[in-house]
Write a protein that binds this ligand. Sequence first.
Ligand SMILES: [Zn+2]
Length: 346
Amino acid sequence: MDIFALHPTSKKHFFITEATYFEQTQRRPQWATKTKSIPQMPLYLATCPECKNAIEIRELDRVRGENNRAPMAPFGKHYQHDVSGLDIVYSQEAYDRCSLRAKVSLGASEPRQNTAFNAEILIMLVEHAAVIRGTISNVIGIKVSSKLFKSMMKKFIEESRYKCKGVIPSNLPFAMAYWMESQSLVGQYVFDVKMVEAVNNSHHFCIDDEQIIPKEWKKIREDAKRAGRLPATKMSWGAHNLAFYFGRRVHRGAEHNGELNHMTLKVTEHPNNKQTGREIYSTKIEYSNSHFFKAIVAEERQLAQPEKAQETLRKKIEAGEMAFTFIAPLLPKDWKPSWRSQTNPQ
Ligand SMILES: [Zn+2]
């Protein structure tokens, strides 16, 4: 697995890197210990965020490169023993059901039965909604509007996709994008150059001031401008549609060796809103499971910088409140997003 928690009661998860592991555990003996076997070897422990059994962090500094192997990035593996220092009593039953146990594909749709961990995923969706929105924006190459973000979040929750075994904390933004049914792109602002080109080459749509609009409307607007008057009608999105979705296949790269995962973004045009459209754009989207946690750390850093804090917090609250609308009914009544207690000290 690629994430760890400190204690079985911790709600916070971290992506496994050498620096994060040593910073978070401060190399204290509860976590940085030794094997029982002779000769004793360093044994680095943590907690599985899902099943709350212990995990062993492999490939940390002192044991790396054994037998002249190429160094690998560290990763977590369940440690099937009790660990008294961390108050962990090994549970075989929890281990058997844990979705972090094997290499599960992001596309695995079997529902996770662990309700406590499903709730932790919901909390992450609220607390890190702005990071998720920003990541999806970068992945697709558009500035995800409030309307689109709400629509995606609603579907992800209502269709219980967040419970899929392939949806784990480290791939959350990518999994959310992947599990979306086709979503309309009309009216979105695009910054990806290749997507701009594809839209401009479509039959019915073009980019105007970075925004995807019907060609028809652009013409009306330009004619009016030439005639020195305002357009006679109100802006209309027209009868056609342009939408995106992700292809079924996901490639899981050997991330420990620096290989990226990838999936395929597809854009389709639907004249007269026809159900099946014509594919106008298809591109390989590469991603790393470390991306999301790095982006969360970057947000935390911005929140600590006086010149960026206000705007970062505004975006965090805006996206978070959108997510909370759909998620609140699924969480305990007394749970509140962190900013509500910050802005409203009781
Ligand atoms: Zn586990």
